[in-house]
Design a protein around this ligand. Sequence first.
Ligand code: RIB
Ligand code: CA
Length: 314
Amino acid sequence: MADRIPVILDGDPGHDDAIAWMLAASSPLLDIRAVTSVCGNQTIEKTTYNALRICTLLGLKCPVAKGRPTPMVAEPMTAAAVHGNTGLDGPVLPEPAMELEKEGAVELMARVLRESSEPVQIVATGPQTNVATLLVSYPELKEKIRGISFMGGGIAYGNWSCAAEFNILVDPEAAQIVSSSGLPIIMSGLDVTEKALIFPEDFERIRAVGNPVAKVVAEWLEFFYEFHRKIGYEGAPVHDAVAVTALIRPELLDMQDMYVQIETKGEYCRGTTVGDVRKTMNKEPNMRVCMGIDRKGFADLLVEAVKTYDKGAE
Ligand code: RIB
Ligand code: CA
């Protein structure tokens, strides 16, 4: 397919991971080569089962592989309060129509990189455990990585501790390896993703599209919003879909080149993404940090994305 960007989707679905994958699979700009699960929102067993069900719902025909069972160093941590006991509570989803690959996520990522005629983009919407392990285990394949667009961190604040965002806090060592890799990195942290709000009236626009994917996405948004409404959000912050938007509609985002370090120590600040906003470190930027978004344009993008599923699963 001419000029489509080859992509690996790595995440911990998770409602917003699922919506991010729906957006990615809808885009004519992306060629999804593999989906890999990572432990985060829920255990690796649950995020893997969710990954298979999401791919089935979307009619996404690509290899799916199970990620590592724990972060690189830290003890596992999950987010049942946000995504429910299954990690993707809410609408009934189809049972998986495909088997998992026999190889693990990191091995599948390596195979996709090896077999691709051009460098492959990684979209990481969970803890960066698999991506970091790929970089450490297969250094010779780094040149086959086009770049990494990740959801995680926050220059101004955290959401799982006062300083750290969940994805980074689950595996700070992994995030540190990725951030210092020298690869082209786009960071979609809380600074932008908490502005990527989908309001109840947007849920209805999506539901009104009427196809099975649209109905499920509307229910995912309603479930995700229920947690956030109780803590004062006006809408559902669809964090992970911003990491895909950065690739397919960058004009919707305000990005700043920045030098960002990951705090792996600290009693209060472990997992913090420490951004050199004022350029005091005199260091070359190591990532493009998304700081703002055209919210209406983002909501419209999701509405247009669900319309592409009118044809149903192929
Ligand atoms: O902090 C938000 C991030 O944590 C999102 O990726 C969400 O899916 C959870 O993984
Ligand atoms: Ca996620």
